[in-house]
Each structure stands twice: as structure tokens, then as C-alpha cells.
Design a protein around this ligand. Structure first.
Ligand code: AMP
Length: 719
């Protein structure tokens, strides 16, 4: 297999291979140039033309020319239309890669089948995947994707130069369309990227645009016409401005000619004016550099050992001056800013081939064993997922793999979701994977995909424990998988289906409570257990009926099945758990004393039996007005019910014992002593909390904390 290193740049691309003596070398293209413009000309007939010829077409004002499409990688909505056919950034990039592959094969006199391709460090998952797709379309196998600053660090041999001592260097990479900055620590034979960030819409092109806008204004002032109005003169002006910019890297002033609408304007542009027009762009690089520096604990400009300049735009004298001012030290020299990235990629390609035992072509790629420094790169974006916050009031981005984690990076989180044995079709876990830093606003992050997991095995209590794994692989792209860890025979992998991300994600702006109310969900079950001892006779029992009615009236019985029971010395189910409002209301009307006088019995086991066929969450509301004889039995039974997943709410009136109620309730806040006149209100509160908290089968709550715990039924209104 023959593999090369490719720097697929916004404005220019370059390729390199490793020679016999283990040194990397640029492969010139068929025009004899070491860099190839990333420009594609689409003729009406025949094959697209790539490189300097296409750039010349652009310079003479041809409109069928595509450039700067790298900035649109990962954007599914972007395309350019030539001769009634749409071209995506992936297809256009594939054309550039095809040309590079063809030229490399001509130079090396061998088929080239694989490559290491570089991308800006901040490139997200879609942009990286698009790059891989473009390479495949061009007939290249991608050995790996590496970050441009890391490739530059490899080429520069930072590790070799540090001669065993630890050094921390900033790689400042300003290309044609992108800006990347990384902090790299080297020691002996190791390169570790500590932090990385960038701006994919900041590069040399923005400097060109500034000059073009300025000169177009000058032209308009002079002749009243705007050369930007015409595509040809617009392209023409952009090409002239790029040339002017390059000239200003060599001398103090240059001349630009603009010809439009029969008029010709001639303008002198000084380096000083050029720097004044573009100063704020440099400031933007400073802000990003400062952020990256700050993200490495304890690092300051003083402690930095050097700044390595990479990318064609760092040839502008203003950059070196600015970097020196920003950091307090002159930039490190000795690297060809156009070539470093491709050379680093070639070293990585040779190393990958060697590792696989697939030696490359005789005479061109390294025969000698050579070792590449061990490279540890980092993620440029945090990876998270949509989850609910604890009180289910909003969605957030729960970050699983934080930004600047070393790659490959992997992390797993545990969740509990309710599953149904009888309705397996509702058993699915939907993971919305996010890339980005905003915790509070998931919609500000990039939604990488919708991953739907199915194949759950039924478990007692219907609570499946799920472990979701996230991984950034060595290419910086993302993988996701999930397992059910409490399946009866041990852990099992869940089946993954990747679904298109729905266009309408506005549900993320509503609260999870609101959303789940509209969803098909597994119904919960509630048993209302009323003390029917003699002391409840009269007004107490009447208020109990009113309160039970008030509760049931507010519930959607399709979502919460309700059963009614009484207890004193004996117990009786007046209505089994049902979604039939008539049955439930009839049973409430039958609530009366006459089941014995004391409280020998405990209602909890009986209530659980009433709910034994229910699959959703289980609740017991117990109302009592006095002391129970067998408190130990009641506490034991309540503990058992709680262990089986039920939530107990205990309400006391009259002579009830608050301390005892707290012992049987799920938490202190679920035990309430109330006045008879407030009984209806208390039961209404329960209805409110139950309705809001009815969870669907696939709730995904903030990781590491398991299922969300309510703060207690009465914490807000009474607590
Ligand atoms: P790269 O993407 O690293 O190939 O960088 C290409 C960018 O570098 C383009 O915007 C070029 O205009 C710019 N560039 C190349 N050479 C020079 C130079 N001598 N002075 C100023 N900018 C340059």
C-alpha cells in the first residue's frame, strides 16, 4: 500500500511522502508547484479542472469556479450550482483530492491508495466525516484524520528539539480560511496536545475581503459604480487583492488596478493602511489564543517556551509582530509555513503503514525503521447529550466528554429507564448527541445525531439500567453505543438505529414535563389507602371522600390508574387499579368506616398487590387520623414496598403521629400533617405533582444521578 500525507487546505492544498532516509518531502503537483490551489473549475463539458488553471479561470472572471468550499464542510444545506447541477462541498473537496492523488501517482510512479488527511483541530464530527467521505469519493482510503497544528508539530520535530526537557509550545496556525491554535507539550519522544481551539471562519481570505471592500469603496467614490455588483469584476478584484496582500509581505506598498464598466481605477495600498484595515482580525486570533492558554492550568505567556507559526497567512509581517507583542517573545522559525502540515501528515502516514506492516513503495518511502513520537491529541469540542435537569423543568446539555480531553476518549454514563414487558414497542432510549460547550442551551450546540436504542430485556419492576458509551476515536469522530447492564443473563448490547435528526427540535425549548404529557407513556399507578377506623367517622371521612375526589378529578386516568382501598383492623380493595373514572368515583363514594375499629393492619403490602400488574411508576397515598397498633409491621411493609420501587406519601389528620408517618413515607417531605380543612388542598397538590411527573418510557435524566428524584410532594407548597 502506498500512502501519502495530504493537507487539504481552504485556499491551497499540499501533499507529501516520506523518503528512503526517513525524511518527509513535499510531492510537487504536475505543474511543478509544491502547493495546489483548492479551486475547482466546472466546464460545461468534460472533467472538472482543479488547481492553478482553475484559479486562472477565476482570475479572468469565469463564474463556474468554486473556492473556499472547505468552510462549508459539514453544512448539509450548502451547495453550488454549475450548469444546472448542484455540487456539495464534499464533492468539490473530492475533486481536489482526486487531482492530488493523480499528481502524486504521476510523481511517485505508483498507485496511491491511502492517505492521512489533516483537518483544522476545531473541525467537528460532521466536518471530519465529510472529509473522510470526500477522500473515499476520490478513491483514497483514510488511514486517519489528524489535526493540522498537531501535524505541524510533528513536522517541526518539536519532540526531537526539546532534547529530553519538557517544552510547551503554542502552534498558531493561520491559513487561508481557518485559524487554529494548539498548545503542545513535548518531552523526549512524546507530543501531547494540551488544548486546542479555533475559528473556522477566520483566515487569509478575510484579509483579502477587507482590502477588496476598501478598494471597491474607493472605486465607487471615484466613478460612482460598485465593482461588487458584477460577479466577474468581484472575482477579479478578490484575486488582485490577494496578490496585493502577498506583495505587502515583501514591500511597504503596492498598486492595485480595478477595471469595471469601462473605467479603470489605480490605487496605491500601503502596508500601514493594510494593517489598519485588518487589525481587528488579528485581535480575534489573540482572543482565541488567550482562551486556549487559559484553559491549561497554570500556563502563562511567560511560561510558554515558544510560538510556532504555521499557515500561509503567518507570512504577513503583521502576524509575527503581533505574536511577539502578545506573547513577549519572537516566534519560532525554521518551518516552511505552507508545507509543515503536509509533511507532518506524511510522517504519520508512514508510521501508520509501518505499524500495519504494510511497507510502501521501494525507493520513495522510508525503508529504515523510524519512530514517530507518541502523539496525544485532544478533543476540541465537548461531547454531551440532551438530558433533563433534576426537577424536569428544562433540557440541558449534559457534557460527557469535556473539551480538551485526550483522544481517543471514552466515557460512559448510567441511566435508569422504565420499560414495559407487555408493550415492548415503547421500550426505546433516544440519545440526542450534542457537540459544543453550552450547557444550558442544547440548541446552541451542534446536534450530531439521534441514536435510538432498542432490544431491552424485561426486568423485574420494569426498570432497565442502561449504560451509554461515548467515544471520540483517533480521527476525532464520534461513536456511541449502549448496553442494558441489568439484563437477567448479564449485560447485553442494545441495538442501535441512527435516525435523522428531526428538523423541528423546538421541543427542547419546552419543559420535559410539558413534553411528556403529550407523549404516549407507560401509565403510573396510584392506590389511595384511607384509614377506616372508628375515629374517622363523620366529618373526617366526608373530607377524605372530598379529598380523594379532588385528587382523582385532576388526574388523567389514562396516565395514572387509580385504586381505592380502606384499612383498619381489616383491609378491603374498594376498586382495583383502573382507568375507568366511574369505577374509581363509585369506590370513593363507598368510603366509610366499618372495617374494624383500630389500626392493626398495614395497607402497604395490600396496596402493592393491587398494583402488581401495573408497569409504570407506583404510588401509595395513605391517609390516617390516629396511632397504629403494629407500627413495626407497617414500617417493615412500607420499606418492602419502597424497595420494590413504590413511592409512599403519608398524610395525617387528627391524632396521627407525624414521626411515624415520616418513617413510612419515602422521604420526610412526603409525610404531611394537615388540618382537616386543608385536606382537599393537600390531595390536589398530590394530583399536580403526579401529573407533572408522569414519565415516558424513555426519559433520559442528568447522568450520574440515576432517575430524577422529586424533592418531595409537599416541598414546594407546604415544605
Ligand atoms: P494555507 O491555507 O496555509 O495554504 O494559507 C493560504 C493563505 O496564506 C492564503 O490566504 C494566502 O493568501 C496566504 N498567503 C500565502 N502566502 C502569503 C504571503 N506571502 N503573504 C501573505 N499571505 C500569504
Amino acid at each position: 500500500m502506498t500512502a501519502i500525507g495530504i493537507d487539504l487546505g481552504t485556499t491551497y492544498s499540499a501533499m507529501a511522502t516520506v523518503m528512503e532516509n526517513s525524511t518527509p518531502q513535499i510531492i510537487k503537483n504536475c505543474d511543478g508547484d509544491s502547493i495546489t490551489p483548492s479551486v475547482v473549475y466546472i466546464p460545461a463539458d468534460g472533467e472538472p479542472i482543479v488547481g492553478s488553471e482553475a484559479k486562472e479561470f477565476q482570475a479572468v472572471g469565469e463564474s463556474e469556479v468554486a473556492s473556499f468550499f472547505k468552510r462549508e464542510m459539514g453544512n448539509p444545506d450548502f451547495f453550488l450550482t454549475f450548469h444546472d447541477r448542484k455540487y456539495t462541498p464534499v464533492e468539490l473537496s473530492a475533486q481536489v483530492l482526486k487531482k492530488l492523488k493523480r499528481d502524486a501517482e504521476a510523481q511517485l510512479k505508483q498507485p496511491v491508495d491511502a492517505a492521512v488527511i489533516t483537518v483544522p483541530a476545531y473541525f467537528n464530527n460532521s466536518q471530519r466525516n465529510d472529509t473522510i467521505t470526500a477522500a473515499e469519493m476520490a478513491g483514497l482510503k483514510v488511514l486517519r484524520i489528524i489535526n493540522e497544528p498537531t501535524a505541524a508539530a510533528i513536522a517541526y520535530g518539536l519532540s526531537g528539539r526539546s532534547k529530553g526537557t519538557e517544552q510547551t509550545t503554542m502552534v498558531y496556525d493561520l491559513g487561508g480560511g481557518t485559524f487554529d491554535v494548539s498548545i503542545v507539550r513535548t518531552s523526549g519522544n512524546e507530543i501531547t496536545v494540551l488544548a486546542s481551539d479555533g475559528d473556522h471562519k477566520l483566515g487569509g481570505k478575510d484579509w483579502d475581503d477587507r482590502v477588496a471592500v476598501y478598494l471597491a469603496c474607493e472605486f465607487k467614490k471615484e466613478f460612482g459604480d460598485d465593482p461588487f455588483e458584477d460577479m466577474e469584476s468581484f472575482n477579479d478584484l478578490l484575486v488582485s487583492c490577494e496578490n496585493a496582500k502577498r506583495e505587502l509581505s515583501e514591500r511597504e506598498s503596492t498598486k492595485v488596478k480595478i477595471a469595471y464598466n469601462g473605467q479603470v481605477g489605480r490605487y496605491t495600498l500601503t502596508r500601514e493602511k493594510f494593517e489598519e484595515l485588518t487589525q481587528d482580525l488579528l485581535e480575534r486570533t489573540k482572543n482565541i489564543s488567550q482562551l486556549v492558554l487559559n484553559s491549561v492550568p497554570g500556563l502563562t505567556w511567560e511560561k510558554l517556551d515558544g510560538i510556532l507559526l504555521v499557515g500561509g497567512s503567518t507570512r504577513m509581517p503583521m502576524v509575527a509582530g503581533f505574536v511577539e507583542k502578545m506573547t513577549g517573545k519572537p516566534p519560532v522559525r525554521g518551518v516552511n509555513v505552507d508545507e509543515a502540515v503536509a509533511l507532518g501528515a506524511a510522517l504519520q502516514a508512514a508510521s501508520d503503514l509501518r505499524e500495519k506492516g504494510e511497507f510502501s513503495i521501494e525507493g520513495t518511502q522510508a525503508k529504515e525503521a523510524f519512530t514517530l513520537p507518541a502523539i496525544r491529541d485532544v478533543t476540541c469540542h465537548s461531547l454531551g447529550m440532551v438530558a433533563e435537569n433534576q426537577d424536569r423543568s428544562k433540557y440541558l446539555n449534559s457534557i460527557i466528554i469535556p473539551k480538551n480531553s485526550q483522544i481517543p476518549a471514552e466515557n460512559a454514563c448510567d441511566y435508569v429507564i422504565r420499560i414495559s414487558a407487555r408493550r415492548p414497542e415503547v421500550n426505546k432510549l433516544e440519545v440526542y448527541m450534542l457537540q459544543g460547550e453550552s450547557v444550558d442551551s442544547p440548541l446552541e450546540c451542534l446536534l450530531l445525531g439521534k441514536y435510538v436504542f432498542t432490544g431491552f430485556v424485561p426486568v423485574p419492576q420494569g426498570k432497565a439500567q442502561v449504560r451509554v458509551h461515548y467515544a471520540y476515536n483517533k480521527n476525532g469522530t464520534v461513536d456511541v453505543r449502549a448496553e442494558q447492564t441489568n439484563a437477567p443473563g448479564g449485560s447485553i448490547n442494545l441495538q442501535l438505529q441512527i435516525e435523522p435528526v428531526p428538523e423541528d427540535m423546538s421541543w427542547l425549548t419546552r419543559s420535559p414535563k410539558e413534553n411528556t404529557m403529550n407523549q404516549q407513556s407507560i401509565p403510573s399507578a396510584l392506590v389511595i389507602a384511607v384509614d377506616a377506623s372508628g375515629s374517622m367517622e363523620g366529618r373526617r371521612m366526608k373530607e377524605a371522600r372530598n379529598a380523594a375526589n379532588a385528587l382523582v378529578e385532576k388526574l388523567d386516568l389514562q396516565q395514572i390508574h387509580v385504586g381505592i382501598m380502606v384499612f383498619s383492623d381489616q383491609m378491603e380493595a374498594l376498586a382495583p387499579c383502573s382507568d375507568d373514572r366511574r369505577i374509581v368515583c363509585d369506590a370513593i363514594a363507598k368510603l366509610r368506616i366499618g372495617w374494624g375499629y383500630g389500626n392493626d393492619a398495614s395497607p402497604f403490602t395490600h396496596a402493592m398487590e393491587m398494583m402488581q400488574y401495573e408497569e409504570g411508576e407506583k404510588f401509595i397515598v395513605v391517609l390516617t387520623d390516629g396511632y397504629w397498633q403494629c407500627t413495626d409491621l407497617a414500617i417493615r411493609q412500607a420499606a418492602q414496598a419502597k424497595a420494590e420501587g413504590a413511592e409512599i406519601i403519608a398524610i395525617g389528620i387528627g391524632d396521627a403521629d407525624h414521626r411515624f408517618l415520616k418513617k413510612v413515607a419515602t422521604c420526610d417531605e412526603n409525610a404531611l400533617m394537615t388540618d382537616l380543612s386543608k385536606l382537599v388542598e393537600s390531595f390536589s397538590t398530590i394530583a399536580q405533582v403526579l401529573s407533572a411527573g408522569n414519565a415516558s418510557g424513555a426519559d433520559l435524566v442528568v447522568p450520574d444521578t440515576g432517575t430524577p428524584k422529586r424533592k418531595g410532594f409537599f416541598s414546594k407548597l407546604f415544605g
